[in-house]
Every structure is written in C-alpha cells, then in structure tokens.
Design a protein around this ligand. Structure first.
Ligand code: ATP
Length: 201
C-alpha cells in the first residue's frame, strides 16, 4: 500500500493530474470535494451547520448558501472554529472510510493519493509515503485561472502570492509533474510516476 499526497499551487492542475492517476487505478481522496459533499441536502453535517448558524443559510431548495456561511465565519474566529469542529471530523471520517475501502479491496497494491492544496502551508508532508507536486509555470497558471475559471488577473495574482512558493513545494516533492505543457505531456509524466509506483510494490 502506498499513501501519497498530491499538491500544487492554485490552478496548477491538481484535479487534472488526480484524474489521470485515478484512470490508472489510484484511489483519490479530495478533502475539498468531501467537504462539499457533506454539505449537500440531507447530510447530517449540513443539518448541524444549520442548527448552529441558522435556517437563513438555506435557500428555497434547501441548499447551503455558501456565501452567507463564508460571511459569518470570515471575521469571526470562534464561529470558524465551531464550523471546523462540525466539518473537519466528518471529512476525516469519510477520508478514513475511503482509505479503508481501497485497502480492503487490494491490501498489497492499493495506491491512495490524497489531494491537499495547502500541504506545505499546513506542514503535513511528513505524514505520507511520498509527495507528488504539480509544478506549473506561474504565467501559465495565471492564464488558466483567468481563461478557464473567469478570475480577474488581480485576484489570480493575489491568490498565487498568498500561497507557498514553488521553491517551498519543490523542497517537499518526491516527484514533480510539470503541467505547463499539453495534457498529453502531463499524462506521459503521470505514466512514468505510475510505473515507478507499480514497480516499487
Ligand atoms: P485549483 O487550485 O483551483 O483547485 P487545480 O490545481 O485543481 O485548481 P485544475 O482544475 O486541474 O487545477 O486546472 C486548472 C484549469 O486549467 C482547468 O480549467 C483545467 O482544465 C486547465 N488545465 C489543466 N491542465 C491543463 C493543460 N495541461 N493544458 C490546458 N489546460 C489545462
């Protein structure tokens, strides 16, 4: 079993690379996706959030108004801690469930890749058997965030600057995947890492 972390700056292509690994048989655990899933209508976590912060967080269809929740916790540390106290245990439990499931399905060869955007910033890199860093030229990331995500160039620049630097991410990397080129170039690099992971088992 290999338990790896996948990280990279905003817009570097983490989701894209994660999908390539998933296509080759890895189990991807994406904490952001899980935290969105536990806030879907009918989920216990959403019920607790609404009980704690108020019914006004739900729109007519019973869905969470994320902007309203964000505005409550943005400037209020105690509220943010209460929210994290509800959401984080649920995300950890679901991550553990997915890990256990992958392990039970293939105890010897399971490759579990955890997608953690802020791996370096939160100091978690030592907790894994290895770290894959998606390393993409700054200007390419800017261009993709603006063109594909509709961000303003100022917002995209500020978000990149607020994160760890490329050098800091490279320092913790066991594998670097340069996603500055075509998707085919990136896929070839994923193949090379996947071959190494498969060989070392
Ligand atoms: P975020 O940090 O916002 O979660 P991310 O690191 O997961 O982003 P992706 O969503 O995979 O990045 O990629 C960002 C955007 O760039 C997407 O619209 C994606 O389709 C596009 N993209 C990713 N890789 C390439 C590539 N090699 N060539 C062209 N476009 C790409």
């Amino acid at each position: 079993m290999r338990h790896l972390a996948l990280t990279g700056g905003i817009g570097s292509g983490k989701s894209t690379v994660a999908t390539f690994f998933a296509e080759r048989g890895a189990t991807i655990i994406d904490a952001d996706a899980i935290s969105r899933a536990v806030m879907e209508p009918g989920q216990q976590v959403l019920a607790e959030v609404v009980e704690t912060f108020g019914e006004h967080l739900l729109d007519e269809a019973g869905r969470l108004d994320r902007a309203a929740l964000a505005s409550i916790v943005f400037n209020d540390d105690a509220a943010r801690e209460r929210l994290n106290g509800i959401v984080h245990p649920a995300v950890r439990a679901e991550s553990a469930r997915l890990r256990e499931k992958a392990l039970a399905a293939d105890p010897e060869h399971a490759v579990i890749i955890q997608d953690i955007p802020l791996l370096v910033e939160t100091g978690q890199s030592d907790q894994f058997d290895g770290v894959i860093v998606v390393d993409t030229h700054h200007d390419t990331r800017l261009q993709r965030l603006v063109e594909a995500r509709g961000m303003s160039i100022e917002d995209a620049t500020a978000r990149i600057a607020a994160q760890a630097t490329d050098a800091q991410r490279r320092e913790v990397a066991d594998w670097l995947i340069d996603n500055s080129g075509t998707l085919a170039d990136t896929e070839a690099q994923v193949d090379a890492v996947w071959a190494q992971l498969s060989e070392n088992q």
